[in-house]
Design a protein. Structure first.
Length: 201
């Protein structure tokens, strides 16, 4: 069996396990577990905080207004969910009322994300917002301070950016955020595909 086949079997096994998980109390209030979506061999992994109401209802990550804005930004970079990225979250079930996940919920769920990272083995990780930054990399870092700066974490290139929900609340953040995504396109060309096409970068 080749290594791609082994990886995809391990990925499907992990997905099955996550979809039936009841390891924390979020399992009691969720409608769907959101494992993630995209190419399991993508060069970019995008990590958000957790599913929102639309995601919980539909069963897919980033499908509400934030998700639509994220898709627009990705398209401007020449990226799409089918080929270039895999999208996941710190917690796979919706925290009620769209609150942030608690440290306990994150601690119980994050081994799944760590397994996804190991299996996908992305060159680049994009962290959407403070929860992704604080739970995955360093709880003392401020998103307003480190966004747009490459962080070296576990031999990967990690770029923290504002969460798309923050851009919807404050459109003034869009200009800086676009500069951050341009850096991601340049890094993608350097690390993954030198011929990557974007009409805007
Ligand atoms: S949030 Fe994570 S740990 Fe909690 S029930 Fe859902 S999948 Fe399991």
């Amino acid at each position: 069996m080749n290594s791609y086949k082994i990886m995809s079997i391990a990925f499907e096994d992990l997905k099955k396990e996550v979809l039936s998980c009841e390891k924390c109390a979020l399992s009691k209030t969720r409608n769907h577990v959101i494992f993630g979506e995209g190419n399991p061999e993508a060069g970019i992994l995008i990590v958000g905080e957790g599913p929102g109401a639309d995601e919980d209802r539909i069963g897919r990550p980033f499908v509400g207004k934030s998700g639509q804005l994220l898709d627009k930004i990705l398209a401007a970079c020449g990226f799409n969910r089918e080929q270039h990225v895999f999208i996941s979250n710190i917690v796979k079930c919706r925290p009620p009322g769209n609150r942030a996940p608690t440290p306990q919920e994150a601690a119980v769920c994050m081994p799944y994300l760590m397994e996804q990272i190991e299996l996908i083995d992305p060159e680049i990780i994009i962290l959407l917002g403070a929860s992704a930054l604080n739970y995955l990399v360093d709880k003392s870092m401020r998103i307003t301070k480190v966004r747009g700066h490459w962080l070296a974490w576990q031999n990967r290139w990690v770029m923290p950016v504002f969460h798309p929900a923050a851009l919807l609340r404050n459109p003034n953040l869009k200009r800086d955020t676009w500069e951050d995504y341009k850096k991601i396109v340049f890094k993608y060309r350097e690390m993954v595909d030198a011929d990557h096409y974007s009409a805007h970068v």
